[in-house]
Ligand binder design. Structure first.
Ligand code: CUA
Length: 158
């Protein structure tokens, strides 16, 4: 088959682009330990405040790590301040009582969408103690930009 040089160049260029797109996914997964949420657990969004899974909000700490239970709503996280141990796995469990929100822990790989009707769950380890800003990163209404919370990672750097 006779392929003109000009066409060959474009074929190789599109091949390189595809390889680059795949590389961004591989680098994100392997290099930065990012992972798409795979947890599927449903909840009635109109009853989250009475659901036993969200009755006790806040942090539960064990010797192995911690679990954080939070509700996202227009335009706050409840609770608005949480303290977790450094260097141990912390599992976040969130749901929304109204619209879709996001939870992004600035400067870390803690990031999830919070969709009404579902429980979002992810586990991460915070290596560096300090204060972190939690923001909502899904537009949820007029005061979306005010929706924030504080994460305090306590203890010595492991
Ligand atoms: Cu909640 Cu934006």
């Amino acid at each position: 088959m006779n392929v003109p040089l000009y066409e060959k160049i474009w074929m190789w260029a599109s091949g390189v682009l595809i390889a680059a797109f795949v590389a961004t996914i591989v680098v994100g997964l392997a290099g930065s330990a990012l992972q798409p949420p795979s947890h599927v657990e449903m909840i009635d969004p109109t009853k989250v405040w009475n659901d036993p899974r969200f009755q006790q909000r806040g942090v539960t700490t064990t010797p192995e790590g911690a679990t954080v239970v939070m509700i996202a709503m227009m335009f706050a996280f409840q609770p608005a301040e949480i303290r977790v141990p450094a260097g141990k796995p912390v599992t976040f469990r969130l749901t929304s009582s109204d619209v879709t929100h996001g939870l992004s822990i600035v400067g870390t790989n803690g990031n999830t969408m919070v969709v009404p009707g579902y429980i979002s769950q992810f586990t991460t380890v915070f290596r560096t103690p300090g204060e972190y800003l939690i923001v909502c990163n899904e537009y949820c209404g007029l005061s979306h930009h005010l929706m924030s919370a504080k994460l305090i990672v306590e203890g010595a750097r492991p």
